[in-house]
Design a protein around this ligand. Structure first.
Ligand code: NVA
Length: 300
């Protein structure tokens, strides 16, 4: 089984993954990884958290990892994704890939004989979405019935996966960004099949009743050419002290990191009492272990 999109798992499967994570926290391993399992991490884009937490996850579960920069492989000389996937999957047990194009990831998955895990593409960041949900559940004790307000570039990969994941689990989603700038219609339509998604350009209206305030960079990897324009466009939607005053004092503030203090979020808010951004980062390791074990269990 592959994990390319957050929708590859049902609500029940996400709950099973969370149960595995709960067990791992108590040092119980419900499923174990085949001794000597190997993951190749094929990363076209930079990564700090996702790369290193997956590497640590494989090592701590008793497996191994190989990190590969595609520029050092024959991909850089024109070998295609399909052939690369056929060959890599004949050596290793998992392919964990961070690629620019989601189409390339699908092509790898189609041609791989082992599970492919999406470690971020331009369209989705599903492992982040599961770590985020697990963090919210830890902090709030539940997911169902909560409201999440997502700020800024609501059309990016993080938000695409997260809005679907949240609605699947019974949360309401408010997407708050500049008038005329629309979140990805395909993802909004999917999320609406599961639950409530509303789009706002008025911050006060959107943030009302929110239990979670979420933001991400204004300039995702690969969008640097538009950087100045994007910063100007999204700046009015910065998560700052004024936004926090409009929200409930019990609302938690989330960010997948890396953060750009003074752009999408102020340092005061990111480092403040309501922020759980560094808990999110920490929990990625646990959730990635749970995802690996869950998928490994399905492959037996
Ligand atoms: N939306 C961001 C997420 C980084 C983890 C990006 O794609 O750069």
């Amino acid at each position: 089984m592959h994990f390319l999109s957050v929708e590859d798992f049902s609500k029940a499967q996400i709950e099973e993954i969370f149960d595995i994570a709960d067990d791992l926290k108590k040092n119980k391993a419900p499923i174990s990884l085949k001794q000597g399992s190997i993951a190749v991490l094929l990363f076209e884009k930079p990564s700090t958290r996702t790369r290193i937490s997956f590497e640590v996850a494989m090592a701590q579960l008793g497996g191994h990892y190989i990190y590969v920069d595609p520029r050092t492989t024959q991909l850089s000389r024109g070998e295609n994704w399909a052939d690369t996937a056929k060959v890599l999957s004949s050596y290793v047990d998992f392919i964990i890939a961070r690629l620019y194009s989601h189409k390339d990831l699908n092509e790898m998955a189609k041609n791989s004989s082992v599970p492919v895990i999406n470690a971020l593409t331009e369209d989705e960041h599903p492992t982040q979405a599961l770590a985020d949900l697990y963090t919210i559940r830890e902090k709030k004790g539940k997911l169902k019935g909560l409201k999440i307000a997502m700020f800024g570039d609501t059309a990016n990969n993080t938000f695409n996966s997260l809005m679907i994941a949240c609605t699947m689990m019974g949360m309401e989603v408010a997407l708050i960004g500049p008038k005329g700038y629309l979140p990805s219609t395909r993802f909004v339509a999917k999320a609406k099949e599961y639950g409530i998604v509303k789009v706002y350009d008025d911050i006060e209206e959107g943030v009302e009743g929110a239990d979670v305030i979420y933001t991400d960079t204004f300039v995702s990897m690969g969008e640097e050419h538009d950087s100045e324009l994007r910063k100007k466009l999204f700046m009015p939607y910065q998560v700052n002290g004024t936004v926090l005053k409009m929200a409930s004092p019990r609302a938690i503030v989330m960010h997948p990191l890396p953060a750009h203090r003074g752009e999408e979020i102020t340092g005061e808010v990111l480092d403040g009492k309501q922020s759980v951004a560094f808990d999110q980062a920490k929990l990625k390791l646990l959730i990635e272990k749970a995802i690996i074990l869950y998928i490994a269990g399905k492959e037996i």
